[in-house]
Design a protein. Structure first.
Length: 226
């Protein structure tokens, strides 16, 4: 896998490294490889043998971990095998960017909704900030649908993790729920167990959305907890 590491080093962009480092405070091993280049490399890896790559892949750099997550999104395999690889990868997540790009790539979820739902839910109760964020972002990406919306609200209410990146993921999810299901989400906002920070951030994200009208923005501002 030293070949892959060398490729990543060659693809590194100093300006992007500085930019990404500011977005991911505390992460000090960023090379600065842009996502489109990581996706291109991931596709090449999947064409050859993603299993060998995943088995030998290192996490010396943020970009190496990000690449592994993208590879798993492109990998073609039985769902049970993919879930096995996901369960190995999730503990490696230590920042919001790797988490969110990884979740966005797991399109296989669309074909195995109930199986993936049952796999994701235990992470909601984790003590690890980014395991919980993984679960919440997966709900956001794949489950804001009529048959799951009430279940999502129930799960969000059960989250008591104090991590900033958990709270922001929950707020983000609530805001998208409002965009897609305003009536149900408004009812939830009037009767929920979210902490004040997460609740107010949810309202803020709804207000900031370009997909909400001025009337909605005014209503959300009026609902803020003092």
């Amino acid at each position: 896998m030293d070949i892959i590491k060398q490729q990543l080093i060659q693809l590194a962009d100093e300006e992007y490294q500085k930019f990404q480092s500011k977005l991911c405070p505390g992460i000090n091993n960023i090379l600065g490889v842009r996502i489109p280049k990581l996706r291109k490399l991931a596709k090449q890896i999947v064409k050859e043998d993603f299993r060998d790559y995943i088995k030998e892949a290192k996490d010396d750099y943020y970009d190496e971990t990000m690449l592994q997550g993208i590879v798993l999104g492109y990998a073609k395999a039985d769902i049970d095998e993919i879930i096995k690889y996901i369960s190995i990868f999730v503990p490696k997540i230590n920042n919001w960017a790797v988490c969110d790009v990884f979740c966005n790539g797991l399109k296989i979820t669309n074909d195995y909704k109930e199986k993936m739902w049952n796999f994701i839910l235990p992470y909601i109760d984790s003590t690890s900030e980014f395991k919980v964020r993984f679960a919440v972002v997966m709900l956001l990406e794949y489950y804001i649908q009529k048959e799951y919306i009430d279940k999502i609200f129930k799960r969000l209410d059960s989250i008591k993790h104090e991590g900033y990146y958990v709270k922001m993921a929950v707020a983000w999810t609530v805001s998208i729920c409002y965009i897609k299901f305003p009536k149900q989400t408004l009812n939830y906002l009037k009767n929920n167990e979210l902490d004040d920070f997460t609740y107010n951030k949810s309202l803020q994200k709804i207000v900031e959305s370009t997909r909400t009208c001025n009337e909605t923005k005014t209503l959300m501002r009026s609902m803020k907890r003092k």
